[in-house]
Design a protein around this ligand. Structure first.
Ligand code: ADP
Length: 181
């Protein structure tokens, strides 16, 4: 685990399974229909309780239609140790000319803002868009860590960080953090 002090807050980077964190909120890399899926979304649904979480997601989708890339919504954590789940949608990588960097940055910043609006102080993110959505990981890490730094500097939350799946991903994100933070 790496930690960096930013203003009065802390940015952390750790390796592991995000569903195991006992924290105010974990972030889900969801799809626009909040329909569940594979990757981290599937792991979060399994650990939270599929039916309960899908019930909450369906209620949101009934109201808003779909969640555009870069936006975020919140549900309870149900059976997770985390108290809440913030669902955000990262951009699908289509070569970089479709506004992907701005959408990815917004996914992080809007999740942090939603946490702040709900009085949450600690939040952990997975590597949004870095799985099946195909975002080049080093570029994604620069965007993500800059956004977390900005959110911490603004005092949106007290503690924000990344949970990376696997040692190679962890090491890459640490080396980017040493540049960005
Ligand atoms: P996306 O569709 O946004 O690309 P994915 O779920 O396919 O989302 O992948 C996002 C990242 O989450 C990937 O880097 C993947 O390795 C990671 N991941 C998958 N399961 C977990 C987990 N349980 N905890 C933390 N990260 C995870």
């Amino acid at each position: 685990m790496r930690q960096y002090t930013i203003g009065t807050g802390t940015l952390f980077i750790r390796e592991g399974d995000i569903t195991r964190l006992d924290i105010d909120a974990i972030v889900n890399a969801a799809n626009s229909r909040l329909a569940g899926g594979g990757g981290v979304d599937g792991a979060i649904h399994s650990a939270a309780g599929y039916m309960e979480l899908q019930g909450a997601c369906r209620a949101i989708i009934d109201e808003i239609g779909s969640l555009p890339a870069g936006e975020a919504v919140i549900t309870p954590g149900f059976k997770l140790p985390a108290k809440n789940i913030i669902h955000t949608v990262g951009p699908i990588w289509r070569g970089g000319g479709q506004d992907e960097p701005r959408k990815l940055r917004n996914a992080y910043l809007n999740s942090l803002k939603l946490a702040a609006e709900n009085g949450l102080r600690t939040i952990a993110f997975p590597a949004i868009s870095c799985g099946v959505y195909g975002y080049p990981v080093e570029d994604a890490a620069h965007i993500a860590l800059s956004a977390l730094k900005e959110g911490l500097e603004a005092g949106l939350v007290g503690e924000a960080g990344m949970v990376l799946h696997g040692q190679p991903a962890y090491e890459l994100w640490c080396s980017v953090a040493d540049e960005v933070v």
